[in-house]
Design a protein around this ligand. Structure first.
Ligand SMILES: *[C@@H]1O[C@H](CO)[C@@H](O)[C@H](O)[C@H]1NC(C)=O
Ligand SMILES: *[C@@H]1O[C@H](CO)[C@@H](O)[C@H](O)[C@H]1NC(C)=O
Length: 428
């Protein structure tokens, strides 16, 4: 991609020689050809450009030293607390030329969603840095006494095989278990049906397993406070994991299908009865391949602030990992999105993507501050008499969280790569 970018930039003087930087193809088609040629200075430029442009390109391409390769964000000195908006604007789309060089050695799981389709492209570009890619595609729903797995229409076979072959990323779509919890958990016959459907989908589509999300929903429906129900719930996850492990991957006969289980991050200093805890990890750790912990969304429009304060991440890990040896089971959640909160003159606001963030930087040219307490960057701006606070991840904030993951021997899970800035991938 970096190479393509450079080509774009070099092509710019060429197209603006005609006095028209925009979209030359469209301008040509909408204008009557003959009259425009006679009136335009283009007629004088054309023979000149014909000779000059190829000549210039020849010299630029022949001498590789005239274009220095783009280094990583570390080598460019961009990972630091003091950053200016114009530096972010100038650098965010410049990615290290070497996209296979890893800075984070533990596994990296990247979520991809159909509503931020840029993630599909990024997953392919950086597949050598992503050990697991999880497209957010499926829901398992009750239908009478049966189940339906909805979402296959999202699947793109070409994209899946590109990922599996080029960068050796495993593809594990996310499945949300939407079946009515109280009924589902108590009926083992239903488990078998659900497990069969999931395993069959993996085999037919050539997936390497799934990422399962059910805990938050079970907690919301109040099924986890009963110890027997909780035990049954864990048993179902165990059975699913064992079933997937018993199947050989279609893409690599020395692999079995994997199960990664999504868990919420504890909200308070002590574990609540709904929280997934260290005993649950012990119960499941032989049947699953990891736990994707949602260490983000600490703040909300009602309670604006940083998205994932480092201290909260640390205390979540401490609560979850009685046994530090289990650190490798954790896929520590990292947000690639941010929030734009309204502080005064109203309330509300919500999630923003990298593109929104860049737009805000261009428009408001804000002074960006590093908040020591949460170890996140933020800025304040005013629009329509409303004061806003924007918390969006930065190279520095992500890098500190990557270091925390390394300390625990943990992997990463990124929500989600279609929302980030390109140069974040240099950190991985
Ligand atoms: C990219 O980085 C890897 C790992 O550090 C290295 O082995 C490889 O030679 C690099 N490739 C280029 C083109 O610099
Ligand atoms: C299959 O998996 C093994 C073990 O992880 C690995 O060494 C091998 O390169 C893989 N083969 C292919 C074709 O990806």
């Amino acid at each position: 991609m970096a190479a393509a970018k450079r080509r774009d930039r070099r092509a710019l003087p060429d197209s603006s020689a005609g006095g028209r930087p925009g979209n030359p193809a469209r301008t040509h088609r909408t204008r009557p050809m003959t009259s425009s040629i006679y009136r335009s200075p283009f007629v004088f430029f054309f023979p000149f450009a014909l000779v000059f442009v190829p000549l210039a390109l020849y010299f630029i391409l022949r001498n590789p030293r005239s274009v220095s390769p783009i280094l990583s964000v570390y080598e460019r000195g961009l990972v630091k607390p003091n950053v200016a908006f114009h530096e972010i604007l100038a650098e965010h789309s410049r990615v290290s030329e070497n996209r296979t060089r890893k800075h984070f050695e533990n596994p990296v799981l990247a979520y991809v969603t159909p509503w931020n389709s840029r993630g599909y492209e990024m997953a392919k570009l950086f597949s050598s840095k992503l050990t697991h890619v999880s497209p957010v595609w499926y829901e398992l729903k009750s239908k009478g006494k049966d189940f339906v797995l909805e979402g296959r229409h999202n699947a793109d076979a070409g994209w899946i095989s590109d990922l599996q072959k080029n960068g050796h990323s495993l593809v594990l779509p996310r499945v949300v278990l939407e079946a009515f919890p109280a009924e589902f958990i108590t009926k083992k016959k239903q488990w078998r049906k659900a497990i069969d459907i999931i395993v069959k989908e993996c085999e037919e589509m050539g997936y390497d397993g799934i990422v399962l999300e059910s805990w938050s929903r079970w907690a919301a429906y109040g099924v986890l406070q009963d110890p027997d129900m909780r035990l049954m719930a864990l048993k179902f996850i165990k059975h699913l994991g064992e079933a997937l492990h018993s199947v050989t991957s279609t893409t690599n006969s020395s692999h079995h299908l994997e199960l990664i289980y999504v868990i919420p991050a504890p909200r308070s200093q002590n574990l609540g009865e709904y929280d997934f805890g260290p005993q649950d990890i012990q119960e499941l750790k032989n049947a699953v391949d990891g736990f994707s912990i949602m260490t983000y969304d600490f703040s909300s429009p009602q309670n604006p602030g940083p998205n994932a304060p480092l201290k909260w991440i640390q205390s979540s890990l401490q609560l979850l990992l009685n046994d530090a040896k289990d650190g490798h089971m954790i896929f520590l959640g990292i947000n690639f999105y941010g929030n734009d909160y309204i502080l005064s003159g109203g309330s509300g606001g919500g999630a923003i993507t990298g593109r929104d963030y860049i737009f805000l930087l261009e428009k408001h040219k804000p002074s960006i501050k590093w908040e020591e307490k949460s170890e996140e960057h933020y800025f304040i701006y005013t629009s329509n008499n409303q004061k806003h606070a924007v918390f969006y991840p930065s190279l520095m904030s992500i890098s500190t969280r990557l270091n925390e993951a390394k300390k625990w021997g943990a992997a990463l899970s990124i929500w989600e790569i279609g929302q980030g800035l390109d140069y974040f991938f240099d950190l991985l």
